[in-house]
Ligand binder design. Structure first.
Ligand code: MN
Length: 233
């Protein structure tokens, strides 16, 4: 076992859990993309997923897959809200823009929207995302449509609940105090897809997007410099 291996670290688990003749989700049969030399950032997406229980799936592009956490109460910009985040199986990069309905009796049956997306990058204290996942602490920043600013993911202990079966690492997702911190901020106050503008109800009802479908954020190999505006004069 590689020292970098961690629970959930394989698309094999993703594939084993799904029947691709029955779910519209991507098959995940693309080769795992090479990670960057130091996985210091990439794209992120948050899916709002109404399965047996509503939750938000935070996914960070790390090591050529989407490292994934199920956040039952959703992320918040309020530093006082420490949100349980259960690490689940890695998802393929092709899952990034997935929005649709997973049919009944399939794994994760329910409706899924792209609730937020954008870029993440690691803070200097935990510069390599893959190493941070092993170590159990990732300090990072998000630049999304809804989520922004400094966060930390902190592994606490092993989850022994029913989500997907087995033991899942339990983390906390916390917004750190910075300019983007917003007391009282709740994910549920912003229920629409950033991709199609649809709500989960509209996706479940099979409604087509009425407006333009947003393009996903571009892959990028380097973390952006932090909000430094260079005057063009
Ligand atoms: Mn989910």
């Amino acid at each position: 076992m590689s020292p970098r291996r961690r629970p959930g670290d394989a698309l094999g688990e993703y594939r084993r859990k799904r029947r691709f003749d029955a779910t519209p989700e991507p098959g995940g049969d693309e080769p795992r993309a090479p990670g960057t030399a130091a996985d210091g950032g990439g794209r992120f997406v948050v899916h709002r997923h109404r399965a047996t229980a509503l939750h938000y799936d935070l996914r960070l592009e790390i090591g050529g897959v989407l490292a994934s956490w199920a956040v039952p109460r959703g992320p918040s910009l309020d530093p006082a809200k420490r949100r349980l985040a259960i690490q689940v199986e890695d998802h393929p990069l092709s899952y990034f823009g997935f929005e649709g309905v997973i049919p009944g009796r399939q794994y994760g049956a329910g409706d899924v929207i792209v609730w937020d997306w954008g870029h993440w990058w690691a803070d200097p204290g935990t510069p390599d995302g893959a190493a941070a996942l092993v170590a159990g602490e990732l300090k990072f920043r998000l630049d999304g449509v809804k989520l922004r600013g400094a966060f930390v993911l902190l592994r606490t202990d092993q989850w022994r609940g029913r989500l997907g079966g087995g033991t899942k690492p339990k983390w906390l997702l916390i917004h750190r105090r910075d300019d983007a911190a917003t007391p009282g901020w709740e994910a549920e106050d912003l229920p629409e897809s950033v991709k199609t503008g649809r709500t989960n109800d509209e996706v479940a009802a099979g409604l087509r997007p009425t407006g333009p479908v947003a393009r996903p954020p571009r892959s990028r190999r380097r973390a952006p410099r932090r909000a430094v505006e260079v005057p063009t004069t």
